[in-house]
Every structure is written in structure tokens, then in C-alpha cells.
Design a protein around this ligand. Structure first.
Ligand SMILES: [Zn+2]
Length: 311
């Protein structure tokens, strides 16, 4: 009997999502838990995944599964099959591949969430039939994945595409939370930075100083209502994003760029319009759009990594 159901895991700093996904891209069952953040070591994450998997399916069906795919927060060490030194969880080393393969006797495919995401876009989404595409997530953090001539780019440790930490602005030199540099794209445009960057931008521009947004959602809400300061700020963030996207285009020469992640999915116009307005045109620009796979892209990508191993 052909095995055509995979376990897909989207391991984020906030949530662990898990699903059974069929080879034609159908999500058969999906569960979600808050990511474990307490315990003696990073092994608690693998323990949580084990527990969730036993609740997702009955034990006797596990040998019939095609494998386990994980789209994970980074950085990764693919040789060790682990997440290492992630700034978003309190564990230095989170082993995943070995403990899960041992427990379930299934092959575990571990990739960074955005690299899994672009693989999912190619197999189940807007990238079907395309050999050159980039996926960008604008969520709590910001990252990406690229497929060039049909190959998923991974780099030495699996971290090629950490585009959130490329320099996208030099006007403000705003420090990134990664503490490794200034003017990083993520520092200006991701969900956990927008409000922080807004305060900095306001100060730098000496415009009205009596506004503060505690939550990035409020910036978008204000812009929707026509608040000029919020609109001006989002235009500036878009200019920075356009610069980053222009860099991505000359680096990878994609025919398609899809954008996902909660910030982009909830505010598509405020994200796409300024990028299209300010993008550079050194090369013929690719199609740029919001991913049609929405919130499920990483799960579908993790499943795609099981059915069609990228390496
Ligand atoms: Zn950074």
C-alpha cells in the first residue's frame, strides 16, 4: 500500500501546530498547542511533539505514515537535526530529528519554516510548475526561502534565506533585536518590531510625538481610518521592505515572490502596495503576491518535504 499521509509540524516560538496532510495537499486533521517554554532542556520540545502526535493519530496507524516533516524556527543545525541558539525560546539546543525518529521509527525531515514554506508553495500553492520562486514571511519575525532552478537553497547549516537580518535601511540605523547589527529588515518590519520602530521613527522625524501604539495591529487600524502619521509610517516601512525585496530579486532572479505570515495576511494592501510602489527595476520584476495557502503554508510545506524530499 502506498503511504500517502504525512505528519506535518509547524514549530514556532508561540505555537506548535501539527496536522495530518495527504499527498494531494489536503489537511485531514489539525491540532495546536502553545510551545513549551519551561523544563530542564530543549528536549521538552521533542517530548511535547511526541505527546501531540500520539493525540493526533492512533498508535497502530503510525507505521502507515509517510514520515514527519518539521518547519521550524531557526537557526538550525541540520547535521545535528536540531534548533540551536534560537533567540525566541529559552533553550540553547533543541534536538528534534533523533528523538523523534527513535520514538516513531519514521523518517523526520527538518527544515527552517520558511524554507519548508517555499517548498510547500511550489508543490501545493502558487508556485506549482515554477522552478524559481521566493517565499517571504512577515510575522512575529521575518524570514524567507528560495528555490532556484528547482533546488531549495539551504546553505551550510540550513540557514540560507535568513533575509530578515539583511541590511534594508541605513537612514535610521535602528538596532535589531538579534543584537548583531543595525538596519536589519526584521527590525523595521516584523510584528514584534513595528511598534518599537514606530516610536524611533517618530522621534527621528520630529513629527507629532503624542502618539504611541502598543500593538502593531493598532498601527494598521489607525492607517485604515486615515491617520496620516500611521499612513506615512507604513509607507516608510514599505519603502524599506521594497529595498529588501529588490535585493532578493537581484540575488535570486525569481519568477514569483509570495508573501505570507500574520502581518502580511491580515494587512495585504499595506504590505504589497508600498513594495510595488518603491521596488527597483534593475531586472524584470517577478509577480509578487500574498500566498494563497494562508496560515497553512508552513504545515503544507513540512508535508511537501516528506513527500518530495528537497535533498
Ligand atoms: Zn538582526
Amino acid at each position: 500500500m502506498e503511504k500517502n499521509i504525512a505528519v506535518a509540524i509547524d514549530l514556532g516560538a508561540t505555537n506548535v501546530r501539527m496536522a495530518l496532510v495527504s499527498k494531494n495537499g489536503k489537511i485531514l486533521k489539525k491540532i495546536k498547542e502553545k510551545t513549551s517554554k519551561t523544563g530542564p532542556s530543549g528536549i521538552v520540545i521533542a517530548e511535547q511533539i511526541k505527546r501531540m502526535l500520539y493525540s493526533l493519530t492512533v498508535e497502530k496507524d503510525i507505521p502507515k505514515l509517510s514520515g514527519i516533516g518539521i518547519g521550524s524556527i531557526g537557526p538550525l543545525d541540520l547535521k545535528k537535526g536540531a534548533v540551536i541558539n534560537t533567540p525566541n525560546l529559552p533553550f540553547k539546543f533543541i534536538p528534534l530529528v533523533k528523538p523523534l525518529e527513535k520514538e516513531f521509527n519514521l523518517k523526520v525531515a527538518l527544515f527552517n519554516d520558511c524554507r519548508a514554506g517555499v517548498w510547500g508553495e511550489k508543490h501545493f500553492g502558487a508556485g506549482k510548475g515554477k522552478e524559481n520562486l521566493v517565499f517571504i514571511t512577515i510575522s512575529t519575525g521575518l524570514g524567507g526561502g528560495a528555490i532556484v532552478n528547482g533546488h531549495l537553497l539551504l546553505g551550510k547549516d540550513g540557514n540560507a534565506g535568513e533575509i530578515g537580518h539583511m541590511i534594508a535601511e541605513t537612514k535610521y540605523n535602528f538596532p535589531c533585536r538579534c543584537k548583531k547589527g543595525y538596519g536589519h529588515w526584521e527590525a523595521c518590519a516584523s510584528g514584534n518590531n513595528l511598534a518599537r520602530f514606530f516610536d524611533f521613527w517618530l522621534n527621528k522625524n520630529s513629527v507629532k510625538k503624542n502618539i504611541h501604539f502598543a500593538d502593531p495591529k493598532d498601527i494598521f487600524k489607525a492607517a485604515e481610518k486615515g491617520n496620516q502619521t500611521a499612513l506615512k509610517f507604513l509607507d516608510e516601512v514599505g519603502r524599506i521592505s521594497a529595498r529588501a525585496v529588490s535585493n532578493i530579486i537581484v540575488a535570486y532572479n525569481p519568477e514569483l515572490i509570495t508573501i505570507g505570515g500574520s502581518v502580511a495576511l491580515n494587512n495585504p494592501e499595506f504590505i504589497l502596495n508600498p513594495i510595488k510602489k518603491y521596488i527597483e527595476h534593475y531586472l524584470i520584476n517577478p509577480e509578487i503576491k500574498i500566498t494563497p495557502l494562508g496560515d497553512d503554508l508552513i504545515l503544507l510545506g513540512a508535508a511537501a518535504c516528506v513527500f518530495w524530499p528537497p535533498v
